[in-house]
Design a binder for this molecule. Structure first.
Ligand SMILES: C[S@@+](CC[C@H](N)C(=O)[O-])C[C@H]1O[C@@H](n2cnc3c(N)ncnc32)[C@H](O)[C@@H]1O
Length: 171
């Protein structure tokens, strides 16, 4: 969060979109550390319900909106532009989510992908025992390679938490 706070402050980010809001813990933290308007999208009904209650209890309803739905089927254009978009949903869908929401990222804005090093397993796939986990890590590795070569974006990987990729949309 300290890392994200730095991005928000340094870039004076006024609007944040979170893809995969979970129970709303991260959403509330984002509201705590910023003055930004926040939209959070969560596919799971119960998690979404809890997130909405959390936002209300924290008195953030005026600037935080929780939307229930599949982030991949929601039309992004009516949401308007964002200075920061955080991808924290199903890891197998990161590239599709990136492509789906890229049109509403401001020029100079940040697309932040969370968990892209997956507990060190992306750097050390030889340590993975389970086949499913190996396939997931391969997907994330492919996503990271795709990010590295993506036109119109400059991506830097940070070994913080489970790994964060910061992709800045070139002006
Ligand atoms: C790692 S959790 C999110 C944690 C949350 N961002 C936080 O910081 O507390 C991932 C969430 O993404 C949600 N998710 C998965 N696929 C999704 C999709 N296509 N659209 C919206 N949410 C999705 C899951 O239901 C899950 O709650």
């Amino acid at each position: 969060m300290a890392f994200i706070k730095h991005i928000i402050t340094e870039r004076s980010i006024a609007r944040i979109l979170e893809l995969g809001g979970g129970f709303g813990f991260g959403t509330i933290r984002l509201a705590d550390i910023s003055q930004a308007d926040i939209i959070s999208i969560e596919i799971d009904h119960d998690r979404c319900d809890m997130a909405k209650k959390q936002v209300e209890a924290a008195h953030y309803s005026a600037r935080v909106q929780v939307i229930e739905g599949d982030a991949l089927t929601i039309d992004p254009l009516p949401l308007g532009k964002f200075g920061l978009i955080i991808i924290d949903a199903a890891k197998t869908k990161y590239q599709r989510l990136f492509e789906h929401y890229a049109p509403i990222l401001e020029n100079g804005g940040v697309m932040l992908s969370d968990n892209v090093l997956f507990r060190g397993q992306v750097q050390h796939p030889e340590t993975i025992l389970s086949r499913n986990r190996r396939q997931l890590v391969q997907k994330i590795t492919r996503y990271n390679e795709w990010l590295t070569h993506l036109e119109h974006y400059e991506t830097t990987f940070y070994d913080i938490g489970d790994g964060i990729a910061v992709s800045i949309k070139k002006e």
